[in-house]
Design a protein around this ligand. Structure first.
Ligand SMILES: Cc1cc2nc3c(=O)[nH]c(=O)nc-3n(C[C@H](O)[C@H](O)[C@H](O)COP(=O)(O)OP(=O)(O)OC[C@H]3O[C@@H](n4cnc5c(N)ncnc54)[C@H](O)[C@@H]3O)c2cc1C
Length: 461
């Protein structure tokens, strides 16, 4: 699918320039973007001004921690309901992961989204949010903004031009609904106000914004601060700390969608083949993906490896079928008769890259290398064939949060309402996006979870 009208490039520059101009105290949408609210329910704007709660500029209906994918979606949804919304972002810019995603083209969703595309201790948890705000809802918004996009392999949807288009769409929606966004805002503490105080202002936040200490109050506090992956793009454990503070449980966390590393001989093997990609079946813990792997200087990356990393735990083995559509035993036993004078490496080079075959030969049949195929015993050929179809490897680890696209695990969903994302034990406190124990496959599923969970909380917060 291709849509050709490029969307609002100038708008992109205008918005990002505006955020940087403000040197950190970036406020979007209140005065400068005074476009009338486009959403019929954006009733909170009066004469272009947002009406403060209790006439206090430090009070908000909703404060959202984190201006990433889920936080922006939650903000625009809540503001379109007429809520006065503030988003606090600790970085100098909003939506850094959106901008870096999909190689700069943002794989923003997938045509086929099922609960099976997610990993969680509770596989049913994600269903309610995913059906409340579906991939079609997000695609609808993308199409309304006439953002050019294309469908790639496995039904993944990518921007044709730039991930900026997605970020600017979200920022435009926020601006039109009157959302306020402040960058360089570091949360120092959050506390529940004492019983008896105004229930409409349940939470009190201390925030350091460029050496100015702010005390803010809100009725609903939404944690959208993401997870641990890629600290330079905003990865942080703040959401977990807040969850613990309010008595929520955490599940074990691992780097997810991350390349594997190897030590010793296998590291050298990968190093020598660095840059080579091939399609394989790759598995861990009984879950298999048919996709490319890519040998790197440190180990094995590529989509199959990233997908499998979501199912791998330290110490586990992975298996690779180098000839996914071929029964290697049948094929080699047949070749023993039909190509009896050929060398095994010559026969294998019809199906696999020569460099790979040379390295495999060094590992598996070094001593038989110069023997014609007809002189191999059936047992020898079957032994090699079994490895080709089921090569068992033990990674020494993964590249960790430094390069991981996601964090697997997080806040235990048993403590969260699947309909609203509100903490079950703590009215007015919400957790959305990657901070929760919901991790998607590679393919646009993590953003879809951010949109769906952000929307679900935005409807009620
Ligand atoms: C390189 C890369 C590429 C990716 N590509 C894709 C892709 O193409 N498709 C896909 O579906 N998924 C992709 N992902 C995953 C996707 O980006 C995340 O799953 C998604 O962004 C999670 O959304 P979130 O709102 O939970 O967190 P984030 O988008 O990470 O947003 C969290 C925000 O909170 C801010 N923050 C953190 N701590 C604080 C604090 N204490 N105070 C204030 N603000 C704070 C952060 O700076 C950040 O802006 C990619 C991830 C990476 C790292």
């Amino acid at each position: 699918m291709r849509h050709t009208r490029p969307w609002a490039k100038n708008r992109a520059n205008e918005l990002s320039a505006h955020i940087e101009d403000n040197g950190g105290a970036a406020r979007l949408g209140i005065r400068r973007y005074t476009a009338p609210p486009t959403h019929p329910h954006a009733i909170h704007l009066i004469d272009g001004e947002t009406k403060p709660v209790a006439n206090d500029p430090n009070t908000y209906d909703v404060i959202i921690l984190g201006a990433g994918a889920s936080g922006l979606m939650c903000a625009l949804t809540a503001a379109q309901r007429g809520r006065r919304v503030l988003v606090l972002e600790k970085a100098n810019k909003v939506g850094k992961k959106i901008l870096m995603s999909g190689g700069g083209r943002c794989n923003f969703t997938n045509h086929f989204v099922e609960a099976d595309n997610f990993i969680s201790d509770n596989l049913h948890f994600c269903k309610a949010a995913l059906s409340r705000y579906t991939q079609w809802d997000f695609i609808g918004m993308v199409e309304r903004y006439q953002i050019p996009y294309e469908e790639r392999r496995h039904s993944q949807l990518f921007c044709l031009n730039s991930a900026k288009d997605i970020l600017n769409m979200l920022l435009d929606e926020c601006a039109n609904a009157g959302v306020e966004i402040r960058c360089h805002a570091d949360l120092i503490s959050v506390a529940e106000r004492e019983a008896g105080s105004q229930p409409s202002l349940r939470y009190q936040l201390s925030v350091n914004q460029q050496d100015t200490l702010l005390e803010l109050h809100c009725q609903s506090f939404v944690v959208a601060s993401g997870a641990l992956s890629i600290p330079t793009l905003g990865g942080s454990g703040m959401g977990y700390d807040i969850a613990k503070q309010f008595g929520l449980t955490l599940t074990k966390r691992h780097a997810g969608l991350v390349p594997f590393m190897f030590s010793d001989g296998m590291k050298q093997f990968c190093e020598k083949l660095s840059g080579l990609a091939l399609e394989v079946d790759m598995s861990a813990n009984k879950t298999t993906f048919t996709e490319n792997i890519l040998f790197t200087h440190r180990g094995i990356s590529g989509p199959a490896a990233l997908q499998v990393s979501n199912y791998w735990n330290p110490g586990d083995a992975i298996t690779i079928n180098l000839l996914p559509k071929i029964n290697a035993s049948d094929w080699l036993l047949d070749a023993k008769h039909s190509q009896a004078k050929s060398l095994l490496r010559t026969v294998l080079s019809h199906k696999l890259a020569k460099g790979l075959v040379a390295e495999l030969q060094f590992l598996w049949w070094h001593e038989l290398a110069e023997k014609p195929l007809g002189e191999y015993s059936d047992k020898q050929l079957i032994g090699i064939a079994e490895r080709l179809n089921n090569w068992v490897l033990k990674p020494s680890g993964t590249e960790g949060y430094r390069t991981a696209e996601v964090t697997r695990g997080g806040i235990d969903t048993a403590d969260i309402s699947s309909k609203t994302m509100e903490a079950k034990n703590q009215p007015g406190l919400y957790f959305i996006g990657e901070v929760l124990d919901v991790t998607g496959w590679l393919g646009g599923f993590n953003f879809q979870w951010a949109w769906s969970s952000g929307y679900s909380a935005g409807l009620v917060a």
